[in-house]
Structure formats: structure tokens, C-alpha cells
Design a binder for this molecule. Structure first.
Ligand code: ZN
Length: 191
């Protein structure tokens, strides 16, 4: 067994004070750091994603048009523009504990980490194959969007997947609960 931890989108814009803040985001960042420091050997690899959008365009309709309100389902406020502080990891997450950095969403909506790549262009699935990963724990933001999409893609790609429910936070309570039910139904463990 080779076990990886996916840390999904623990970025300033998704935490309190950010442009698309998820309540509990900063606490999730703290909890992930505590987990990795207290049990440094439980993961063979730690892989973290960041939403990494273009400046100066709507990223394939992902950002609400100027003057229009986002619907918080398909369109969103401007967030996680590459090179801005909003796109950086939240400071409560100790990013020195991350082995591989994945970026996604360059010019388009990308909810799943599987749509991402390393900064030098290796796609995630190839990386996981190279590392012989078999088991994946998932933590991060947001439960009802990127955690959901990333976990389902991991399960569908044949990995054993556990979502650590104390280390995720969602945009809305109802859709987050529904996401965990969907993930359990798909065969993910909810730990
Ligand atoms: Zn985005």
C-alpha cells in the first residue's frame, strides 16, 4: 500500500477574509498541519492542489460577469488568480510539508485535482502512477465542490479513498452533507 494525502485548495481566497470564503477554512488549514506534524509517517506523499485562475478573463465563464452577481453554483466571485495573495496557501497550512504541488483552473473551471498538473506540466494521474499510489485520504475545501469532485475522480480512477470529515469545510451546509452522502454511496470511506 502506498498512501497519499490530497490537500484540496486550502488557499487564502477560500478561507475567512478571502473573496470566496468558506466558514471553517482557516481551522481546516490548522488541523491539516497538526495532523501532518503529529503523524509524520502516515503518508508516503502529500499532494496539495491550488485553484490557479487567469487574470484578465472570466476563466471560461467561471467568474461572474462584471456587474452581475455570482450564483455560487456555476459562477463565482473572482478568486485564486495566479500570482495574487488570494491564490497562496493559507498561512495556517505549513506548505513545507507538501511534497507535490498541483495547479488547476488555468483559464477554465476545474473543480477536481485530477484536472490539474505540476508546475512543470506533469498531470496528476501520471504522477500517481509513477508514485505507485494505491490509497488516498482527502482533506480541504470545499466539501461540496472541489473535495467532492476530486474524491469522486479518485474513486472512479480505482483508488481506495477516505474523506476525513473533520478536515473538510463546505460552501453550504446542506450541499456539504449531500456531498458526503454521495461520496459514501460511491464507495468512499468517510473517516
Ligand atoms: Zn475556481
Amino acid at each position: 500500500m502506498t498512501k497519499a494525502l490530497f490537500i484540496i485548495d486550502v488557499q487564502n481566497d477560500f478561507c475567512e477574509g478571502g473573496s470566496l470564503a468558506v466558514t471553517g477554512g482557516a481551522a481546516v488549514a490548522t488541523g491539516i498541519t497538526e495532523l501532518l506534524r503529529s503523524k509524520p509517517s502516515i503518508y508516503d506523499f502529500v499532494i496539495a492542489s491550488r485553484d490557479w485562475h487567469d487574470a484578465g478573463n472570466d476563466n471560461g465563464g467561471h467568474f461572474a460577469a462584471v456587474g452581475e452577481s455570482p450564483d455560487y453554483v456555476h459562477t463565482w466571485p473572482v478568486h485564486c488568480v495566479s500570482g495574487t495573495s488570494g491564490a497562496e496557501y493559507h498561512p495556517n497550512l505549513d506548505s513545507t510539508l507538501v511534497d507535490f504541488h498541483i495547479i488547476k483552473g488555468m483559464g477554465k473551471p476545474s473543480y477536481s485535482i485530477f484536472e490539474g498538473q505540476t508546475p512543470d506540466g506533469v498531470n496528476l494521474k501520471a504522477l500517481l502512477g509513477y508514485l505507485n499510489v494505491t490509497d488516498i485520504d482527502v482533506v480541504g475545501l470545499a466539501t461540496d465542490y472541489c473535495v467532492l469532485a476530486s474524491s469522486l475522480d479518485a474513486k472512479n480512477a480505482g483508488f481506495n479513498v477516505t474523506v476525513i470529515k473533520d478536515l473538510v469545510a463546505g460552501v453550504a451546509g446542506e450541499s456539504s452533507e449531500k456531498a458526503l452522502v454521495t461520496l459514501a454511496t460511491a464507495g468512499c470511506k468517510i473517516g
